[in-house]
Write a protein that binds this ligand. Structure first.
Ligand code: GRF
Length: 203
């Protein structure tokens, strides 16, 4: 099975996915890494692993839809089974999410439906939350709005700052994202009528 990973930055989740493939934990390969930022560090990680990279920059296109069309055509040419968003910081067009419905997953650093969008750590701290976490979900046209597949919770202790919580959440991300990808690759995970199913059971 072929996975395409979309990134904009560090690529620590990408690294965990590539490692899981290399170790045979995932019976799949990362066929390409796509970035909307030419200087994303994750691109170096991909090159290091010998994985093809492709950069799509918004300014090269007439609009978001045109750019996403090009990305979609690139992904179709590869014949990817799964599209993994791993810190891809650009909102995908509805045409794109419909084109690949049930084949796109994202990881978002909050316990969705709480705190979609940006700055989840700051929001959780300011709200006085005692716990935070991360969610892997199917992607639809709503930002961070698709069916949740798996979440991991972490505690927030008194006096902690964003960096403490972020580190704790990231540790969990590197654990749960490869696990969800494994389910998908094994054919155990589906999106049906907007709901996520694992082994035929609604999540
Ligand atoms: C992750 O924390 C993910 O939840 C969010 O963006 C971050 C990406 O980090 N969507 P990295 O590029 O995988 O290191």
């Amino acid at each position: 099975k072929k996975i395409v990973v979309l990134i904009s930055g560090q690529g620590t989740n990408l690294q965990a996915i590539m490692d899981a493939c290399a170790r045979g934990v995932l019976n799949a390969r990362v066929a390409a890494v796509i970035s909307n930022k030419a200087d994303a560090f994750g691109l170096q990680r991909a090159r290091q692993a010998g994985i093809p990279t492709q950069v799509f920059v918004r300014s090269d296109y007439a609009g978001n839809a045109a750019m996403d069309l090009a990305i979609g055509d690139y992904i179709d040419a590869i014949g990817a089974d799964l599209i993994v968003l791993a810190g891809y910081m650009k909102i995908l067009s509805a045409q794109f999410t419909r084109r690949f419905q049930g084949q796109i997953i994202n990881i978002h650093p909050s316990l969705l439906p709480k705190y979609p969008g940006l700055n989840t750590y700051r929001q959780a701290l300011e709200a006085g939350e005692r716990e935070h976490g991360t969610s892997v979900h199917f992607v639809n046209e709503e930002v961070d709005g698709g069916a949740v597949i798996l979440q991991a919770k972490v505690p927030i202790f008194a006096g902690e700052g964003i960096a403490d919580i972020e580190q704790r959440v990231k540790e969990q991300e590197l654990r749960i994202y490869p696990l969800v990808i494994k389910w998908f690759i094994e054919g155990r995970l589906q999106l049906k009528q907007g709901e996520a199913y694992l082994d035929g059971q609604k999540l």
